[in-house]
Design a protein around this ligand. Structure first.
Ligand SMILES: Nc1ncnc2c1ncn2[C@@H]1O[C@H](COP(=O)(O)OP(=O)(O)OP(=O)(O)O)[C@@H](O)[C@H]1O
Ligand SMILES: [Mg+2]
Length: 488
């Protein structure tokens, strides 16, 4: 048997009383992809951070080509040949896409090499390989979501690592983007790199990996081929769950003449780019409306217009009141609460404090009741009550953001891509929670999703937003036949 490129033994990490990773071991050969799966908070990202030296292990060994690197500082580990593609990208905003890739190509002597024309050519070649050639001069802040992920991949490629750690590359990507990212990762394998891959898109992971390891509460629960691991009884129970029920449901919207929310002929321009083009939608009191659209279609812009966060042409009315000229704060007080894709949590405050802030306007009794309901919905938030929001796992942050929005007891709840980064079993829980919310409270919901499997079962009505325009409207039952081609 050939020597492992990366060999991890007995890796353990404690955060205070919590054991985030306990006695994890595996090895990856050159040209092999190992998938790491498990529910939110099971320790996957922590394993990657321990290998990368971003967190120091309490115990265990990490060997790269046989040499011990556990405890080394990150920059030294990077130079030794390990690269990471983070779950959340935080690019520098002053540099263009091309400059970002060039910086990644220049490990040490920045200034001496910056003028080297070979660097420019190499950076351009990497950009084309990941599909960034048309946005080379742009700044990260203006990039579409998938392009930001591409930039992270490009930076990892530029550093020429022999081991690549990829954390949730598929989150928020469309099916065709997932296919092209899968191709790139197969390219790493073909070049003989050792790859460790984490993602909640179970189908795509299974199609890509040579082997899989499943974690739960920091520990290994199964290992083997993707097929064996996905069939494992415990993996099914704690991670995969059942399927989301698509049972037809009775519409709860009222037939009142005037809708709760009326968006009429709304257009939004970002510079010259038309982000929304004459968009009209209505949401009736107690209705559940889903806006389905791929990345960059304009969903977030539509929600931001409603919440008073971007200027627009056209009219938006809420409870028969025109919103133009109303501040975002006043719109929130009127009962529109948006749970943004970017979560906007207070990172340095605890889980409990984030939730309490959400319920600050409620009476003590109402706040206690709402909090109990939410902690029942998301038990992990009770366990993590004292932890800073910034240190929660990706999926835990998503749950906290949704819970905080619900804490405000909104009249209209806007959920922007709530499924991003959630494990299958949590999606199922969230789906049930929304169904319960819908039948037991007066709440009206406007949901933006690209995950149609999640958006359809709950919706009374669907709008399809494509390239800044509404191109279809109808009941879920007609969606598959009339509009579903690129989503299903
Ligand atoms: N600095 C920290 N302090 C305290 N707890 C932490 C810290 N960092 C991580 N944790 C906890 O460790 C556990 C493992 O987190 P990790 O980010 O590794 O999960 P994950 O498997 O990547 O989950 P997800 O799929 O949601 O991204 C989580 O419960 C998290 O809240
Ligand atoms: Mg993670």
């Amino acid at each position: 048997m050939s020597a492992a490129r990366l060999e991890v033994r007995g890796l353990t990490k404690r955060f205070g009383g919590l054991v985030a990773v306990r006695d994890i071991g595996f090895s990856i050969q050159p040209g092999e992809i190992l998938g790491l799966i498990g529910p939110n908070g099971s320790g996957k990202s922590t394993v990657m951070k321990l290998i990368m030296g971003i967190e120091r292990p309490n115990a265990g060994s990490v060997r790269l080509n046989g040499a011990e690197i556990a405890g080394w500082p990150t920059h030294r580990i990077a130079r030794a040949g390990i690269g990471i593609v983070f779950q959340h990208s935080r690019p520098l905003h002053r540099q263009t896409v091309l400059e970002h890739i060039k910086l990644a190509l220049l490990p040490d002597s920045l200034l001496r090499l910056a003028a080297d024309p070979a660097v420019e050519g190499k950076a351009r070649a990497i950009a084309s390989r990941v599909g960034l050639e048309t946005v080379l001069g742009r700044h990260p802040g203006t990039l579409a979501f998938a392009d930001l992920r591409r930039l992270e991949l490009a930076k990892a490629i530029a550093r020429e690592p022999s081991v690549v750690l990829v954390d949730e590359p598929f989150a928020g990507l469309t099916p065709s983007e997932v296919a092209s990212f899968s191709e790139l990762i197969r390219g790493f394998r073909a070049e003989g790199k050792a790859v460790l891959l984490v993602d909640h898109n179970v189908k795509s992971v299974a199609a890509l990996v040579d082997r899989a390891l499943a974690m739960y509460l920091g520990e290994r629960i199964a290992e083997g081929t993707a097929e064996t691991v996905m069939r494992d009884e415990q993996v099914r129970r704690v991670y995969l769950g059942g399927s989301i029920e698509a049972a037809a449901r009775v519409s709860t919207g009222t037939d009142a003449a005037s809708p709760l929310l009326a968006v009429e002929g709304v257009s939004v321009l970002y510079g010259k780019a038309q982000a929304l083009d004459n968009v009209s939608i209505t949401v009736r009191e107690r209705e559940f409306v889903s806006v389905v659209g791929l990345n960059g279609a304009g969903k977030t812009t539509l929600f931001n217009a409603v919440s008073g966060l971007v200027p627009y042409r056209g009219t938006i009315r809420f409870a028969e009141r025109t919103l133009a000229g109303t501040s975002a704060a006043a719109i929130a007080r009127a009962g529109i609460v948006q749970c943004p894709e970017t979560r906007e949590l207070f990172g340095e405050m605890s889980v409990a404090e984030n939730l309490e802030l959400g319920g600050a306007h409620l009476t003590n009794a109402a706040r206690t009741e709402q909090l109990a309901w939410l902690l029942d919905l998301f038990p992990i938030l009770a366990e993590r009550a004292r932890q800073n929001a910034a240190t929660l796992s990706g999926g835990e942050q998503q749950m906290l953001a949704i819970a905080r929005a619900l804490m405000m007891r909104p009249r209209l709840l806007i959920l922007d891509e709530p499924t991003l980064g959630l494990a299958p079993v949590i999606l199922e829980q969230l789906s049930k929670a929304l169904a319960r919310l819908h039948t037991t409270t007066e709440i009206t919901v406007l949901l933006g999703e690209q995950n149609v499997t999640f958006a359809l079962p709950h919706a009374d009505r669907i709008y399809v937003l494509e390239h800044a325009r509404i191109i279809w409207e109808g009941p879920p039952a007609r969606f598959a036949a009339e509009a579903g081609a690129q989503y299903l």
